[in-house]
Design a protein around this ligand. Structure first.
Ligand code: TYM
Length: 336
């Protein structure tokens, strides 16, 4: 085993819809990169998705779709452990233990909790409040060192470190390593923007461009992207909607293409229509092969079921080992 394979990586995605460019460039791209070098656990966070009460049919379909999409993106079950969160009940047990040391004040102060409570005041459930605790359990049950996630998960990851530290202190034992964010290029955690003027690309934002999306629909979405009437001064600063267009272009297009349109912008001769056309084609060049693989894998239920079953076995083995240590430290391992 190489030195790096001894370090552990954990990350998950909720099965709340098809994967979009934000999921891919914020997370999945790193999964693919890391799988050959680290001991990786990548899962489908079906329990986390229950906070928004999906119908059983939607949940079934969502889990299957994300599993097919993980595989289509190149996550290899021979290299990484791919599993479904609810197949590993040990996580829920650890979540219960961690909940005893997670405080109402700190949970209520979490940005994503406050945001979701504001957006859906009729559904401020306890699962939403303790969401970061379940996420901490997911991560530390495998003693993860690295967690590849996008910028929006930064605070949840900080909380995971906090809960791990608290447990270590409380029981006077360095059982859990403190999980660090992993970024693809070793720099900033990334936020893929939407093309609707402001903010991030997200499933609930309704502004996603999906890996599975039909090329014609991608063209339509990109051509509709919010812009302005164009720069009026040479080298002027770009307003947010234009910056977002460039950010997306930096992600999917070549540096030469970005430099070309940047030059055009700075010279006040940019034609947003041309830029959008180019951006749409570059997105499609990237998503089309993934879409084909999704189509090929999605209906192979025998294969998908085997991947999920074998992944669950491996993940449970790792989780059960940690849980036994946790229970012994807490005093739940019967000594009589
Ligand atoms: P979720 O399902 O909302 O998103 C999955 C992953 O995609 C990233 N992401 C983005 N990155 C950059 N730009 C965007 N616009 C963008 N949108 C989404 C997210 O940062 C994430 O990495 N709570 C998690 C799921 C989870 C988890 C975990 C993650 C549960 N347990 C343990 C890591 C470790 C979530 O809701 O992600």
């Amino acid at each position: 085993m190489t030195e790096k394979k001894q370090k552990t990586v954990v990350s998950g995605i909720r099965p709340t819809g098809n994967l979009h460019l934000g999921n891919y460039f914020g997370a999945v791209r790193s999964f693919v990169k890391m799988q050959s070098e680290y001991r990786c656990y990548f899962f489908i966070a079906d329990l986390h998705s229950l906070t928004t009460h999906p119908t059983p049919d939607n949940l079934q379909a969502g889990v299957k779709q994300v599993l097919a999409e993980y595989l289509a993106c190149g996550i290899d079950p021979e290299q990484a452990t791919i599993f479904i969160q609810s197949d590993v009940p040990e996580v829920v047990e650890l979540y219960t233990f961690l909940n005893m040391n997670a405080y109402l004040g700190e949970l209520e102060r979490t940005t994503s909790f406050k945001e979701k409570a504001r957006q859906n005041p009729d559904n401020v459930n306890a699962g939403l409040l303790t969401y970061p605790v379940l996420m901490a359990a997911d991560i530390i049950i495998h003693k993860a060192h690295f967690v590849p996630v996008g910028k929006d998960q930064e605070q949840n990851l900080e909380m995971a470190r906090k809960f791990a530290t608290r447990f270590n202190h409380m029981y006077g034992h360095r059982l859990f390593p403190l999980p660090k964010p992993f970024t693809f290029d070793g720099h900033e955690m990334i936020k893929v923007p939407g093309l609707d003027g402001s903010g991030k690309m997200g499933k609930s934002e309704g502004n996603g461009i999906f890996l599975y999306e039909d090329p014609a629909d991608i063209r339509k979405k990109v051509m509709r992207a919010v812009t302005d009437s164009g720069p009026t001064m040479m080298n002027q600063e770009k307003p947010e909607p234009i910056r977002n267009l460039f950010t997306l272009m930096k992600i999917v297009s070549t540096p030469e293409t970005v430099a070309f349109f940047d030059g055009q912008y700075n010279q006040c001769v940019i034609r947003y229509g041309d830029m959008k056309k180019q951006l749409a084609e570059d997105i499609i060049a990237f998503t089309a092969p993934i879409r084909e693989r999704i189509l090929a894998i999605r209906n192979d239920e025998v294969y998908l079921a085997r991947v999920a079953r074998e992944g669950a076995e491996k993940a449970r083995e790792s989780a059960a080992k940690t849980l036994a240590e946790v229970k012994a430290l807490i005093g739940l391992k019967r000594l009589w």
